[in-house]
Design a protein around this ligand. Structure first.
Ligand SMILES: [Zn+2]
Ligand SMILES: [Zn+2]
Length: 94
């Protein structure tokens, strides 16, 4: 989603394109300028990679990433031999 700011009145429009005209002041589309979202906000959105742990059900190797590996570096098992490793008990204690 992009945001557009009416340079005449400051109205913010959300959408892929600026509106035909400003609903607040009637300014035409060419008075809208793309409203730049500060870089930090974007990096917070994109930077949160979900790190999971995957266990090879064949040899018990633990792989830490957002997705299982193509194959196990220990025993050569394929990626579908990996199951997500979940710490359920630790959550219950807290
Ligand atoms: Zn306006
Ligand atoms: Zn393995």
């Amino acid at each position: 989603m992009r945001e557009w700011e009416c340079i005449n009145c400051g109205y913010i429009h959300e959408g892929n394109e600026p509106p035909e005209e400003c609903p607040e002041c009637g300014a035409s589309r060419d008075l809208f300028t793309e409203y730049a979202i500060p870089g930090e906000v974007w990096s917070n959105f994109g930077g949160e990679e979900e790190i999971k742990e995957w266990e090879c059900i064949n040899c018990g190797y633990i792989h830490v990433s957002d997705k299982p590996p193509k194959e196990c570096p220990e025993c050569g098992a394929s990626g579908d031999q990996f199951e997500e490793f979940i710490y359920s008990e630790e959550w219950d204690d807290a």
